[in-house]
Design a protein around this ligand. Structure first.
Ligand code: SF4
Ligand code: SF4
Ligand code: SF4
Length: 361
């Protein structure tokens, strides 16, 4: 039996290559590719390079919306003439996992809500977001942050693996347009497809080790009430202040801006660079005062901004549970463990394990 549901179609897996070739004709195609043992989002020249079986990329797809180095304009010190080289291109980002789609939605709120950033808006207008379902690993905790599924995020198409096919949900008019343009490679949904799609939710949930996930219930309150907890100092002792945790985060948006003159000083480029609240200079203000003078202050600040500050700014938590900050931290600091320590649940776990250890010891 066929259903004519306007908001979804089925893409047989054997048509995936044709789908990617079709997308490539619509603009610059960006997708996950292998890089050594890891994965990165990159511009695709050959669709056979696209790697859909990945858990997380080193950097989130954010880098194609907010590059780490962005030139605002150049100006001449002789004529004071300003020039901009900003020319966003039509682009399709394929293969984004649910957490990263939620990450982009958070950036959308930050950049477009009250005072829309014209450049970000321009880039977003020219970008199509295509998500794909995924399997969590030991670092993922998107089930705790409510971002394990794409509902509530901004995206155009979302592919859910249902066995031999992808169930393709359509999330916007841009998604509709793509389906219309490439309609020959899709088919209508059957009752079996719908059943398989419904099962995919419980299948993903079952892949998490629930007892290892952090409890995000009233997390903002916990963080605020634990302002003076010794946990901050203890955890920060291991922190190197390298900023990796913020550089890999799909929701971080802090940047700094510098003027870079050429050799004779006649042409100057004004450039924005991504920065990090984990660097000492981040909180340095005129007069030489540091608002976050110690490593522990800076360490705590990241958790505060993610789990308290974003709520005030955009009414959402700033963490989507992608696990990158823990997976990439050179000091093996885990956000999940810090949260558990603040809640005191790590101690409870140790207590539960204690009798067994005592008897064997
Ligand atoms: S990645 Fe780890 S070591 Fe580096 S600043 Fe973040 S918490 Fe500290
Ligand atoms: S704080 Fe860590 S787990 Fe949360 S979104 Fe950022 S990188 Fe991912
Ligand atoms: S303050 Fe820190 S945690 Fe917050 S967005 Fe900036 S770099 Fe990220």
């Amino acid at each position: 039996m066929e259903f004519h549901i306007d908001k979804a179609k089925v893409l047989p897996k054997e048509n995936l290559e044709k789908f990617l070739e079709g997308l490539k004709k619509l603009g610059r195609l960006i997708a996950p590719v292998r890089k050594g043992e890891k994965f990165v989002f990159d511009v695709i020249r050959d669709v056979l390079d696209v790697e859909i079986n990945y858990t997380r990329t080193i950097l989130p797809p954010k880098k194609f919306l907010l590059p780490y180095r962005r030139e605002r304009y150049t100006y001449s010190t002789d004529t004071l003439e300003f020039k901009s080289s900003f020319r966003p291109v039509e682009q399709i980002i394929f293969g984004i996992h649910s957490c990263d789609l939620h990450g982009i939605s958070i950036l959308d709120s930050v950049y477009l809500r009250d005072n829309p950033d014209p450049r970000y808006l321009e880039v977003r207008k020219k970008t199509v977001l295509i998500g794909i379902s995924c399997r969590p690993d030991e670092y993922c905790f998107c089930l705790s942050t409510g971002t394990a599924f794409p509902d509530g995020a901004n995206w155009d198409l979302f592919l859910t693996d249902i066995g031999d096919d992808y169930f393709v949900s359509i999330g916007s008019p841009k998604g509709d347009e793509i389906i219309l343009k490439l309609r020959k490679i899709f088919r209508e949904i059957t009752k079996e497809d719908l059943d398989r799609y419904k099962k995919s939710t419980s299948f993903k949930k079952a892949l998490f080790e629930i007892e290892k996930l952090p409890d995000f219930g009233r997390i903002s309150q916990v963080i605020e009430l634990e302002y003076d907890s010794p946990v901050w100092e203890e955890e920060a002792k291991r922190c190197l202040g390298c900023g990796t945790c913020t550089n890999v985060c799909p929701t971080c948006f802090c940047y700094t801006c510098v003027d870079i003159p050429d050799l004779d000083g006649r042409k100057v480029a004004r450039v924005e660079f991504t920065t990090s609240c984990q660097y000492p200079y981040y909180s340095l203000v005129a007069g030489g005062h540091y608002f976050k003078p110690t490593r522990a202050d800076r360490f705590k600040h990241r958790y505060y901004h993610k789990l308290v500050g974003y709520l005030y700014q955009i009414e959402k938590l700033g963490c989507v549970g992608c696990g990158r900050c823990s997976a990439e931290c050179p000091a093996k600091i885990s956000m999940v463990e810090t949260i558990k320590k603040l809640r005191g649940t790590a101690d409870e776990e140790e207590l539960r394990e204690a009798p067994e250890q005592t008897t064997t010891g």
